[in-house]
Design a protein around this ligand. Structure first.
Ligand SMILES: NC(=[NH2+])NCCC[C@H](N)C(=O)O
Ligand SMILES: [Mn+2]
Ligand SMILES: [Mn+2]
Length: 316
């Protein structure tokens, strides 16, 4: 059983590191890429037959050090550094895709989804987004309680409540249509986010649906919604907190009752099987939140495994 990648028959990929934590208050998630690469991620991908290169767009920047815990007058935190980092990541992802390579972005917190999804859709407006997460990440500056921008990337990309955005966000392409986004794994969605999902009719498969229908059916239903003819490129944005904290403890916003490790990996495998994967994010690995060495190992290995499964590792 081997996967063929329609948009990447030559199997070339670029791993883009996004060591950034400014989309949320906890320190340590900026170390995610380093831990994942030190675990041998690049080699694991190349042994699946991919030619790999790496890009480090945030290298030699100092934005991480400028992080604060203050909300601005728009009700969100760290607008400036989130935008500067996202612009650099956007350029890296866009350049990667334009040169015909599959883009793997390793975070970092999920605020970088603004850049990665924005670049994927600018590169090919037919792109659909599968967002695997415990959270909906579709708050707006108007609706967010926390003010953490990792809870908002999808609203910026959709232009929801656009009159509430700090002007720094004006570079973000408001390019994501509600019919091109589907969620898997949701279980902690804010009240106002629920309203947004309903209002825009965004397909959202929660843990309830996973239990009721099984993960296989859920992935199929999600793809039927956003990619009915199975011909559009897929952007898979995988927040590791979609997987249950018993398997993935070292992450910033843990929510009990998540996907089993196998269910999480199955989502990545099944997206690989479509042959339509064009871009991938693996985000929210925070080694500093581990209580034991084993927690680090479990979380980092799960992040690597998500990448390998999406990049065509099969069990037989
Ligand atoms: N990418 C994440 N882990 N996001 C968590 C978001 C939590 C919450 N909904 C908020 O907006 O603050
Ligand atoms: Mn999350
Ligand atoms: Mn997320």
């Amino acid at each position: 059983m081997s996967v063929s990648y329609k948009f990447h028959p030559e199997r070339k990929t670029t791993i883009i590191t996004a060591p950034f934590s400014g989309g949320q208050p906890k320190g340590g998630v900026e170390l995610g890429p380093e831990y994942i690469l030190d675990a041998g991620f690049e080699k694991q991908i190349s042994s699946l037959g991919w030619e790999t290169t790496t890009l480090h767009p945030l290298e030699s920047t100092n934005y991480e050090a400028m992080k604060t815990d203050d909300k601005d007058k728009y009700g969100v935190k760290n607008t400036h550094i989130v935008n500067e980092c996202n612009k650099l990541i956007y350029d890296a992802v866009y350049k990667t895709l334009e040169s015909g390579r599959l883009a793997i972005t390793v975070g970092g917190d999920h605020s970088i989804g603004t850049a990665t999804v924005g670049a994927s859709l600018t590169h090919n407006p037919d792109t659909c987004v599968i967002w695997v997460d415990a959270h909906a990440d579709i708050n707006t500056p108007k609706t967010t309680d926390s003010g953490n921008l990792h809870g908002c990337p999808l609203s910026f990309l959709m232009g929801i409540d656009a009159d509430s955005y700090p002007p720094e966000f004006s570079w973000v392409p408001q390019i994501l249509k509600p019919g091109k986004l589907a969620y898997i794994g949701l279980r902690d969605v804010d009240q106002e986010e629920r309203r947004i999902l309903k209002e825009h009719n965004i397909p959202a498969f929660s843990m309830y649906h996973v239990d009721k229908y099984g993960i296989g059916k859920v992935v199929e239903m999600a793809l039927d919604k956003v990619n009915p003819n199975r011909d559009c490129p897929i952007h898979l944005s995988f927040d590791v907190d979609a997987i249950d904290p018993s398997f993935v403890p070292a992450t910033g916003t843990r929510v009990e009752g998540g996907l089993s490790l196998r269910e999480g990996l199955f989502v990545a495998e099944e997206i690989a099987m479509t042959g339509l994967l064009n871009s991938l994010d693996i985000v929210e690995t925070n080694p500093m939140l581990a209580e034991t060495e084993e927690h680090i190992l479990d979380t980092v290995s799960a992040a690597c495994a998500i990448g390998r499964c999406a990049m065509g590792q099969t069990l037989l």
